[in-house]
Design a protein around this ligand. Structure first.
Ligand SMILES: CCCCCCCCCCCCCC(=O)SCCNC(=O)CCNC(=O)[C@H](O)C(C)(C)COP(=O)(O)OP(=O)(O)OC[C@H]1O[C@@H](n2cnc3c(N)ncnc32)[C@H](O)[C@@H]1OP(=O)(O)O
Length: 173
């Protein structure tokens, strides 16, 4: 992320994912480390598709030797956004559907291919498949949206209107 984080406090909508010093596209959590802690690396990029090499780090295991389903979903969220982020830097995920076909092993390099299925205006439909030696382990589809202007500022204003409730933080809807 190349932009000055201080700028987001003044204008949160200035936020975009930009290549890190080593050229990686990283989320806000991983950018300071300059490495994807989910274990995702871009292997090959074409106009409407990106191929990734992914390895589930051991600390993301959910059962003996197999990945937590949340790791798989997070990896798909990243990959499905990256395929469109190369064209549109201001995206959010509107929906994400994952099909878990087989257990995903920890510590084994896998292939993930993400592609743009459709794009019209603010609407993006993207899909991806994670494979091990050619066998599908999981697939995903997502709807993305180009952020409207002031997306994060609207969110912050909405949050600011929520005063802490005596009944706890989840009392208001
Ligand atoms: C190699 C390295 C690998 C690693 C790579 C890492 C790269 C990193 C990749 C990381 C990628 C991670 C990517 C992620 O994970 S992004 C994070 C997960 N996604 C979100 O947070 C999205 C949350 N959802 C929304 O914001 C909206 O539902 C969207 C925008 C999707 C609606 O969109 P849509 O086009 O369907 O409808 P609309 O724009 O007409 O809105 C409809 C209604 O929604 C409300 N609403 C909308 N906006 C706001 C708002 N701002 N503040 C407050 N309310 C808001 C509002 O009620 C509005 O109605 P109205 O009241 O206006 O009538």
């Amino acid at each position: 992320m190349a932009e000055d984080p201080g700028a987001f406090a003044e204008d949160p909508d200035a936020f975009t994912i930009e290549p890190s010093p080593s050229g990686r596209l990283l989320c806000g959590g991983c950018a300071p480390h300059d490495v994807c802690r989910l274990g995702v690396e871009i292997a090959e990029a074409r106009d409407d598709a990106v191929r990734f090499e992914v390895v589930c780090p051991p600390f993301w295991h959910g059962g003996p030797g197999v990945a937590h389903g949340g790791w798989t979903a997070a990896v798909f969220d990243d990959a499905l956004n990256i395929v469109a982020l190369r064209i549109e830097p201001r995206l959010v995920t509107k929906s994400l559907a994952v099909r878990y076909l087989r257990p995903v092993p920890v510590g084994r390099p896998m292939d993930l291919l993400a592609r743009i299925e459709r794009h019209s205006g603010r609407r993006w439909e993207v899909s991806a498949e994670m494979t091990l030696t050619g066998t599908p382990l999981a697939t995903a589809r997502a709807e993305l949206r180009t952020r409207r202007p002031h997306h994060f500022a609207r969110h912050e204003a909405w949050l600011a209107r929520r005063s802490p409730s005596p009944n706890g933080p989840h009392a208001e809807s």
